[in-house]
Design a protein around this ligand. Structure first.
Ligand SMILES: NC(=O)c1ccc[n+]([C@@H]2O[C@H](COP(=O)([O-])OP(=O)(O)OC[C@H]3O[C@@H](n4cnc5c(N)ncnc54)[C@H](O)[C@@H]3O)[C@@H](O)[C@H]2O)c1
Ligand SMILES: Nc1nc(=O)c(N)c(NC[C@H](O)[C@H](O)[C@H](O)COP(=O)(O)O)[nH]1
Length: 216
């Protein structure tokens, strides 16, 4: 069992989701409203630890009118339990789940357990299939994946993403070290690429929104 997963991100025309220094203000204001409407429809929202450390995101619905119960459960994929205790994800605005591995420092886990639910999945890296199964058993049916590139790749590679929604902003960042929509190891042969079906495309402010189903 697994939740329905929507990968959502904003990228430049050249596919970057941040610059080489990690600067990542890409979405226009209309797109941010779209993202928050989507967050409001979700049971959970998930990011990788590097995104958390780079942006200290709230992962709540705060750019549109919303009640506290509209906030999704916030999830961090954090193998070594590195989530800083003073970060906004651990505040009282919404529940948080930190997915760690069995190798994570028990003292760090204990400290996190005072502020969040800690789930142990896998040994070296978080076992994403097992995490999705556990989340589904807690009643999470719709999950938004908000990056970054490395987690996006692992989720796609494991066949765990059902939809991809991207905002393409009219900007070009360049930089061979800048993060793209999907990094990770990558495939060898194009015939093995994850295949998508375009469902919807429209202009939003100055941006272009593309919505795809992942073909399984
Ligand atoms: N523009 C956007 O829409 C957007 C969205 C999110 C993030 N970002 C940017 O992306 C950058 C971070 O991306 P990133 O690729 O460095 O990191 P990430 O956020 O994808 O985190 C990856 C880390 O998660 C951990 N992890 C544990 N188990 C894993 C598994 N099974 N698979 C993959 N990772 C696992 C590892 O420590 C790994 O290094 C930041 O600069 C952030 O601002 C942009
Ligand atoms: N849709 C989108 N457009 C962007 O231009 C951008 N940089 C992100 N990045 C996603 C990432 O998860 C961010 O960390 C949160 O968007 C931080 O914001 P919040 O405090 O949660 O609102 N997402």
């Amino acid at each position: 069992m697994k939740p329905h997963v929507i990968l959502n991100a904003a990228m430049t025309l050249d596919g970057k989701i941040a610059t080489r220094t990690g600067s990542s203000e890409i979405s226009g204001k209309e797109d941010l409203i779209r993202v928050h409407k989507l967050r409001k429809e979700m049971d959970a929202i998930m990011v990788g630890i590097n995104t958390l450390l780079a942006d200290d995101p709230r992962l709540t619905v705060h750019k549109i009118k919303a009640d506290p119960e509209d906030n999704p459960v916030r999830i961090v994929v954090d193998s070594k339990a590195r989530t800083p205790l003073n970060f906004r994800i651990l505040n009282n605005d919404a529940p948080a789940i930190i997915a760690v591995t069995e190798n994570a420092d028990p003292e760090k886990i204990e400290a996190l357990e005072k502020k969040a639910t800690v789930l142990k999945c896998g040994k070296d890296r978080v076992d994403l299939k097992s995490l999705m199964d556990k989340l589904s058993k807690t009643g999470i049916k719709r999950l938004m994946l908000e990056g970054g590139s490395t987690l996006n790749y692992s989720m796609l590679e494991n066949g765990l993403v059902d939809e991809v929604r991207v905002c393409v902003a009219p900007m070009i960042a360049g930089g061979s070290n800048a993060k793209t929509l999907v990094d990770g190891e990558g495939i060898d042969k194009m015939k093995d690429a994850v295949k998508l079906k375009l469902k919807k495309s429209y202009g939003l402010g100055e941006d272009l929104i593309l919505e795809y189903d992942v073909i399984k």
